[in-house]
Every structure is written in C-alpha cells, then in structure tokens.
Design a binder for this molecule. Structure first.
Ligand code: MG
Length: 348
C-alpha cells in the first residue's frame, strides 16, 4: 500500500471569533492510500488547540508510509476488512504517541479503500442504517441579529442550532438567537464556565429556552465540577475536551451524561465505533462531533451518527474550499449515498 499526503488550508466561510483573536483557516492534511489502481481518501483536520499542524502531520505520515509499505499485501494474505484495518491501526498507533488526527487520516483512507475493494458503500459493510440518522446541528457564530438572520437563511435546512457559550453574557447570546429562531439549540461552553452555582442557574434557564444539551461546561481537568453539575442538571452534560480516546472513557463516565466522539480526537472510524459500543454499555449518551473538515471527515463521521443521540457534523458547511462534493442533506440529516467506500466525489 502506498500512502501519499498533501497539506491544504481550509478557508472558513465565517471567521471563528475566540477570546484570543479570530481564526480564518484550518490546517488539513489530505491523505491517499493507493492499492491496485484503487485510492482511499483520508483527512487530518488540525485545529491549533490539539497541537498538530502540517509539519507534525508530515513527519508522522512519512513514518506511517514506511509501515504501510512493509505490510503484507492485503489482496493476497490479509484481505482489507474491519479487522485487518484494526490490526494495521495498532501498528500505526505504535509509531508515536498523540498525532490522533494524522492517525485518523490513515484510518479513514483504509476504510474508504476497504469499501472500494469490496465495491460497496461503507455504511453497508458497517451495518449503518439511514433510518436511524439523527439531524445534525449547525454552528452559528455570534453576530448582530440581522447578520445572524442572514446566516440562518443560508442554512435553513438544518433543524438544530449549535451555539458557543462561555462568554461574559451567555444569556444575551441566547436571547439574540431567540430573536431570529425557535429551533432547538446545542450549547457548547468550551470549558468557559468557572462557577458551579452560576453554571447550574444558567443551565436551568437554558433548559427553559429549548436548549437541549450542554457541552464541556468546565475546564477539561475539572471533573469534580462536571460531576457536581451533572448530578443536578436537567439537561445532558456532554464531555468534549475532557474526552478523547477509548482509554479516557472510565475516567469521565461517572462525571458526565455523555461523550462527544470526534474522529480527529480518537484516531478514526474503527475506534469511534468501539467507543460508541463501550459508552453505550456504560449507559452514556453519545454525541458525534467534528472539526472544520472536508466532506471526507464528515462522511466518515456520518457513519457513526446513526448510533448516536446527537450529531454535530456540520464541518464541511463551514468552509469555502471543500475539495469534494458536499454531502446531501435531507430535513437536516446527512444522506448516506450508494457509492463505494465513503462515497466521496472529488471536484474536477
Ligand atoms: Mg465542543
């Protein structure tokens, strides 16, 4: 198997405003794995806060290319399958710690290639059912009501709004949204809340505003505060920054009502499915999320969505220069298509 990779900058449709400034691009590494005339597509989406970038990804993927090159030919000795991909990913994982998005880019490309060698869409190979697909939320950056209104019109298909909280005036933000829409809201505090009692007050008020869940209320290592709030909140409290990989599950299971699985945090589709099974066995709610990503990462995340209670996989609607065709959205739900593998079509 031959691995190749290409760095690109995804241009955000609207800059992300953060306390530290605003971000207009996301670093992405597009990967391809070639085998017998077929090509599998993968992607590493690397927002700055997880520590990966084009240089770290290139260094990692260079080493991974050698590992893949030395592997037995799956056509002859070890046909590509969910199981053989898991074995390959154990070797990829052992190359170096961290580098989860880079690892995910290999896992995605291997899965896409598996589907293509079988001539089947991945959703079929993984027993994914369209009828269980939840609607995905759409992230709305905060702006003046008239600008928000315009943004909402652009994405009218989406049935759920996601809002970033953790500001000085979270109630004001929600009131602004409520001036233009009564759609349900997913609220993400992004570790921004500091005080337990104030957070509980706010959560109860948010529940009255048709907010449906809260992501990551407190700093990621403050699990005591998360557990305190989860014990009292009428809304589900979901771990995002506190939770990355399967090995984190035991640590957070008693502190949150659910976990947000992102393929770029957990090194890909294979582990994403294992997390989903393990988290369900613990009675946790499941959310599937994303970074700003191309259709590649989003189509992969959409495979996991039907096993989840909540989906926030709008990444490719947030960018201008998606190298692949957009997924089809129906009533706010991503439609799994019948093309082999991840079903991606490259723009020509
Ligand atoms: Mg989040």
């Amino acid at each position: 198997m031959k691995l190749s990779y290409k760095p690109i900058l995804l241009e955000l449709r609207h800059p992300f405003r953060l306390a530290t400034g605003s971000r207009t691009h996301t670093n992405v590494m597009l990967t391809e794995i070639h085998l017998k005339g077929l090509v599998g597509y993968g992607e590493a989406a690397m927002p700055p806060y997880y520590g990966e970038n084009h240089d770290t990804a290139a260094a990692f993927l260079q080493r991974a290319a050698l590992v893949l090159q030395q592997l037995p030919d799956p056509e002859k000795e070890d046909k590509l399958s969910g199981r053989s991909i898991q074995r390959i990913m154990v070797e990829v994982d052992a190359i170096a710690p961290g580098n989860y998005a880079s690892k995910a880019s290999i896992d995605l490309a291997l899965h896409d290639l598996w589907g293509k060698t079988e001539g089947q869409p991945l959703w079929q190979l993984l027993d994914v059912e369209q009828k269980s697909m939840p609607p995905t939320s759409f992230t709305l950056g905060i702006d003046a009501p008239e600008v928000l209104h315009q943004k909402m019109l652009e994405v009218d298909d989406f049935q759920i709004i996601k809002i970033k909280l953790g500001s000085e005036d979270d109630r004001g933000i929600i009131r602004t949204i409520r001036e233009i829409s009564d759609k349900p809201i997913y609220a993400d505090a992004n570790q921004g809340w500091k005080n337990r009692e104030a957070a509980l007050d706010l959560v109860q008020w948010l529940a009255s505003q048709n907010v449906r869940l809260i992501e990551q209320p407190f700093p990621k290592d403050d699990l005591d505060s998360a557990a305190w709030l989860s014990a009292r909140s009428s809304l589900p409290i979901i771990a995002d920054e506190s939770f990355q990989r399967l090995t984190d599950l035991d640590r957070v299971a008693d502190c949150f009502h659910g976990v947000n699985i992102k393929l770029m945090k957990c090194a890909g589709i294979g582990e994403g499915f294992r997390i989903a099974r393990a988290a369900r066995a613990k009675g946790l709610q499941l959310m599937v999320g994303c970074m700003t990503e191309t259709s590649c990462g989003i189509s992969a995340a959409a495979l996991l969505a039907p096993f989840c209670d909540h989906a926030d996989i709008d990444g490719c609607w947030l960018i201008r220069n998606n190298p692949f065709e957009m997924p089809v959205l129906e009533n706010g739900k991503i439609r799994l298509n019948d093309d082999a593998g991840l079903g991606l079509r490259v723009h020509v």
